[in-house]
Design a protein around this ligand. Structure first.
Ligand code: ZN
Ligand code: ZN
Length: 133
């Protein structure tokens, strides 16, 4: 499978030559701030299967001790985040809203439901975690 994605202005675009795994809808406060919405939906791609174009338009931000976020410096689209540690060495997390190729995950997980926006209700049967597993 090959997925294409881009920021809103097109300065940064990317291709994933492989699968998107470990889909998470993260409801933590940080993801609310970063997305400007109720949650941030992301999937993971192997580093060697992810090709990013327009690196010079990308800005990074050390969001927590454990994660760096990447966004377009021109339009502000949230594109990627990079967890530190073993998982981050293998995978890059991709904000699913930036995909241009249709992607229909069969399952996903809700993280940090104890921080969920009170104005948003989870209405699917997917697994929920109060924090992260
Ligand atoms: Zn952009
Ligand atoms: Zn989060």
């Amino acid at each position: 499978m090959c997925y294409h994605g881009s920021c809103n202005c097109g300065a940064v675009h990317y291709q994933v030559h492989g699968d998107l795994s470990d889909v998470v809808y993260c409801h933590c406060q940080l993801c609310q701030k970063m997305s400007g919405s109720a949650f941030l939906a992301f999937g993971s791609a192997l580093h060697q299967q992810l090709q990013i174009f327009g690196h010079e338009a990308m800005q990074s931000y050390q969001a927590t001790m454990h994660a760096t976020r990447y966004f377009c410096r021109h339009c502000g689209s949230n594109l990627f985040w990079q967890p530190q540690g073993e998982y981050g060495d293998t995978y890059q997390c991709i904000a699913l809203g930036t995909l241009d190729t249709p992607f229909e995950p069969r399952k996903w997980q809700h993280f940090y439901t104890d921080q969920k926006a009170c104005w948003f209700e989870i209405q699917d049967e997917q697994r929920c975690y109060a924090t992260c597993p």
